[in-house]
Design a protein. Sequence first.
Length: 310
Amino acid sequence: MRVMIAGGTGLIGRALVGELLDAGHSVAILSRSTQRPAGIPPSVDILSWQEAEQSGWDAALHGVDGVVNLAGENLAGAGLLPERWSPQKKQKILDSRVGIGRMLTQAIASASYKPAVLIQASASGYYGPQGDEVITEDHAPGNDFLANVAKEWEASTAGVETMGVRRAIIRTGVVLSTRGGALPRLILSVKWGLVRRIGSGRQWLPWIHIVDEVRAIRFLLEHAELSGPFHLCAPQPVRNVEMMRALGAVLGRPTIFPVPAFLMKALLGEMSTVLLDGQRTIPRRLEQAGFVFRYPEIRMALQDLLKRRV
């Protein structure tokens, strides 16, 4: 299978490149630049949006069996501390997701050779804050900012289904990796601040090991009978306080001090909802389809991540 990845230079994209190459697939990355990012093998083709539009999508998509759309602005920013959401930042979060999705849909519509499958990224934030309720894929969406972004993100590529392209939507939880995302910040909060919990600590954290994240994406690419929404999160979600306790145990550090919700709101504004709210999502459809998680339990996952630095 030949797979084109939009957003292939991000945390998940880079890991997915390796997963697909190891499985014997060929990979192309659709990027804003043709410059090869560090760590991307020479066997991976780098194609810029500008090149694809100039040469025509017939040429760009010829021979491509699957497209994975992971493109989107980082919610927390790239710095050590999460970034507050200004109106400009919120618009960029939305536009970077919806705009790329619509462009991909238009590209596939204009190409005579169409991929068999498109994997569309989304997030567990699709459901909004849901307290202790167990959330499966048929649950109604929420109505806060992140839920509305996720709804528009998913809708941006819905048109490919009318073209005969199978579409699977991946509502992903917090992807754990030592190479980026939330985990390095959590590690520092335990090492430096001995943080016991954030806010009440009772908010649910749908999480997934980076290895299971990319294995699940490959699983959905390779199984032609699977379409619709899937939760990419471990089968054992944990509360925030349980995550911090497990991380402290693996690091050999005590977790002592709570970080009150009012402080997080004062520091981060609306962005604090990412840390203070949560969803108790379970991967019902993925497991029913036969996917087996390699890291279903949080302490096992953290031990592996910190040992191998993946």
